[in-house]
Write a protein that binds this ligand. Structure first.
Ligand code: ADP
Length: 415
């Protein structure tokens, strides 16, 4: 099956076309036959980048007013005589669409076929993710209009993997009726990535699902840490929204809620203005004043910029604290796994996080850490380290595609 996998952000549309017919291709990874990205959707200079296997990147700029126009642009590229995509000549070769949906609330504990009732329920989750779900819904609406109606569309939720978290992990210590009335609780995010890591770890180490006890560190522009116990998520550092937890590119992660009242009293702005600061002007960017990109911050730190140095130290410190709390909560883990942009690529940050963790059984092999190659799974702990340390590249699109196929075929999911 060819699955059109779609990830719509507020001003971006990312897609992949994944062929899930394993028998056609070598190895256990499914095959990405085309992919692309449109940025600055809604502006006069939307930037598109399209790529199909074995062919040169197609890039350009043109005005694309909304997600519908962006998806129509992808269609135009796919159907152009110049575009060659293995096994795909046009929309009629697409068998299913998999949509990443950020928030599924308590309603959605697994991926689901989209129908009008499901759509209504996803809309109801929007108040829990006002920055994310509206874009996902726009993608679904655009595909409903653009694609023939017989092509099934499947919603795959970031929150679903964490639906197994126990009450003590997901409840906030607020009046209980806020949970009952408004569903104020922690949901956790990056579920597709953490679920993929659990799956891949299982494959690499030949571990049965119910014996997967790992801590998955998704460190990217958005970051979260997940305790996976006996194969299930028991804790995720993100909360009711993706603002809680680790320090991120521009998001503050954990802060004392009292800070918000204090900033308000200081006249920094009204509540939306302060929330905007916590979302978009804090984190690595806010501390360093340099950038939200770890590469820029490391460069500045090496050149002696104090704020950049402290940003790195805070990032590592907060992550260590969460690893410790996951170990305590899980009663130990067999491995910690680094993934996503920073986790997969950043030798320095991996070293800073693992430094001084020997008493917790985490012993990094500094040489192997430097040898980890982009895109490859690798064990980077010392031979005798009580817990293993891995770098495993995440692949959320693969799970989106596989879930779409499973839901359409109504077969049980492996993860
Ligand atoms: P997102 O949360 O947007 O999916 P990614 O997982 O793609 O983020 O991670 C993006 C971040 O990864 C960048 O902002 C950058 O900080 C970091 N990153 C990417 N490549 C490297 C690298 N080679 N070294 C250090 N950090 C990197």
């Amino acid at each position: 099956m060819n699955v059109f996998v779609l990830n719509c952000g507020s001003s971006s549309v990312k897609f992949q076309i994944v062929n899930t017919d394993l028998e056609l291709f070598e190895g256990d990874l499914d095959h990405v036959v085309a992919k692309g990205l449109i940025e600055k959707v809604g502006s006069k200079e939307s930037i598109f980048k399209f790529e199909s296997e074995g062919y040169e990147l197609v890039t350009g700029t043109e005005p694309l007013a909304d997600h519908r126009e962006a998806i129509l642009r992808i269609r135009k590229w796919m159907e152009s005589d110049d575009t060659k995509i293995t096994g795909v000549l046009g929309w009629h070769d697409i068998h299913a669409i998999g949509h990443r949906v950020v928030h599924g609330g308590e309603k959605f504990t697994k991926s689901i076929l989209i129908n009008p009732e499901v759509l209504k329920q996803i809309e109801e989750c929007t108040e829990l993710a006002p920055l994310h779900n509206p874009a996902n819904l726009k993608g679904i609406a655009a595909c409903t209009e653009i694609f023939p109606s017989h092509i099934p569309q499947v919603a795959i939720f970031d929150t679903a993997f964490h639906s197994t978290m126990p009450e003590e992990a997901y409840l906030y210590a607020l009046p209980y009726e806020f949970y009952e009335k408004y569903k104020v609780r922690s949901y956790g995010f990056h579920g597709t990535s953490h679920r993929y890591i659990a799956y891949r770890y299982r494959k690499i180490t030949d571990t049965p699902k119910e014996k997967v006890n790992i801590i998955s560190l998704h460190l990217g522009n958005g970051s979260s840490i997940c305790a996976i116990k006996n194969g299930y998520s028991t804790f995720n550092s993100m909360g009711m929204t993706p603002l809680e937890g680790l320090i991120m590119g521009t998001r503050c992660g954990d802060i004392d809620p009292g800070v918000i009242e204090f900033l308000y009293a200081k006249g920094i702005g009204d509540l939306p203005a302060i929330m905007n600061i916590l979302q978009k002007k804090s984190g690595l960017l806010g501390i360093s004043g340099v950038s939200n990109d770890m590469r820029d911050i490391e460069k500045a730190a090496i050149e002696g910029n104090h704020r950049a140095k402290i940003a790195l130290q805070m990032f590592a410190f907060r992550t260590k604290r969460y690893i410790g709390s996951c170990l305590a909560e899980m009663g130990g883990a067999d491995a910690i796994v680094f993934t996503a942009g920073i986790g997969e690529n950043d030798v320095i940050i991996r070293q800073m996080i693992c430094e001084g963790m020997e008493s917790l059984g985490i012993e990094l092999d500094y040489h192997l850490n430097k040898l980890a190659v982009k895109g490859k799974c690798m064990k980077i702990s010392k031979e005798k380290s009580p817990r293993d340390i891995y770098v495993i590249p995440t692949n959320e699109e693969l799970l989106l595609a596989r879930d779409a196929v499973r839901v359409v075929r109504d077969s049980p999911r492996e993860w």
